[in-house]
Design a protein around this ligand. Sequence first.
Ligand code: NAD
Length: 481
Amino acid sequence: MHKLDKQFINNHWVASHGQRRLAVMDPFREEMIAEITAGDAADVEAAVAAARQAQPAWQALGGKARGDYLDAFAEALSARRDELIRVSSTNNGKALMEAGIDLDDAIACYRYYAGQARALEARQGRLVEHAMEGVEARCYEDPAGVVGLIAPWNFPLVTSAWKLAPALAAGCTAVFKPSEVTPLPELALAEIALEIGLPAGVINLLHGDGDGIGAPLTQHPGIDKLSFTGSNAVGEKVMQAAAHGARGVSLELGGKSPILVLDDADVAKAADWVMAGIFFNSGQICSATSRLIVHEAISESLYAALGERIDALTLGDPLDEASDMGPMTSARQRDAVQSYLALAEREELEAVRDARHRRLPSQGYFVAPTLYRDVPEDSRLWREEIFGPVLCARNVTSEEEAIALANDSAFGLAATVISGDAERAKRVGRALRAGSIWFNTEQLVLPETGWGGFGISGIGRELGPWGLAGYLEVKHIVGPA
Ligand code: NAD
């Protein structure tokens, strides 16, 4: 069993100042697989000091050299592919295929920002076109400084890559806090930092929970910018903390994303996409398309096709290639989802499939893949993020009604449109209020495209050039030509 009683600060594993011990679980075997010593404010202090000391030299290194380190990071992650997939699958409860996607997307992200770091160097000091004669204006993009990065548990490798890669590309140094629920996959980041000879203090990794590490990190005046992925409740606290000292903040929060199945959709293909949008990672995905909005002309055949596909899902050991769906990542998340299922029962929602239709594995924090139809618009199940394998459906009679229903949400992270006519799907997609719109596909995230939400889904964008811009301060030098 791992004993994580050290913090990674300034390229050294040093004893944690904290006293509290937290169990890290294998959610399938329901066994403790590691114990972390939750750090405290003294660990944050040391990590911020190391990052501050390292930052000027990391900036001075230039984008090209930083890009080479990011490429080396991607290479090192690839070299550990099999090991990391198993660790991630065991700690997270992800099916092996899902853990593979988490890792591959992370690798693609480090590679992409290696290129962005080089491009950044190439454009430093470029002349700005303007209308005034006899004046020279040049544009520079400097790093924001030292950044505090906080990640959730559902996709440990990719959510950390989306922060670390652009931050390092920009010339920032980082204090990074993985989730205390899944700290094991991200241990590799510290090991890789040592392996590739990353300068000391560029990445500092702190183990602990929100009270011990998260809150002191967000409140530390030595942090110039905060980037947080997690729940809305904590996101609001992070934003309040960032207000002190007018520091920058990016928030990637929850979602309640719609999938619109239009009347001209191929029902079998639509059913496959609906399944992928909600049962991937057992529904523990911020961009899960958890609200199904289907035209009534094809709704009955779609519900029938979904019922068959749900019955065919194999729930089991995530390390078994035959498993389609693993357990919830924690007992706490299972209980949170169960509370929505209990509410659905009280509201007498009509289940096309739920726990009554299958026998769950005898061990593991499983929730049965569930589909409710005709869910009232004012039900909490229709409005709130459940973060589990629970799909809520409603029928509509027109495209306009589908768009209006899709947009009637406080969230705005993602949306999917399924149609037999790609041009129609894209047109409907333009009318939707969300950061990522998929047509005739699901959950396809490219490092080149931005990631983030409208409304309460967050502030700012990760990925693409926008992800890098979040870690840069723009400055201009202007004078007589
Ligand atoms: P969470 O908010 O409970 O925890 C996220 C992180 O914040 C953890 O590392 C936690 O230790 C830390 N934390 C807790 N309290 C803190 C505090 N007071 N100050 C600073 N940090 C604190 O979220 P979670 O349960 O880990 O993740 C699930 C949530 O994350 C869901 O709501 C999901 O939608 C969201 N999420 C969003 C995205 C996205 O890109 N939009 C991606 C993944 C997950």
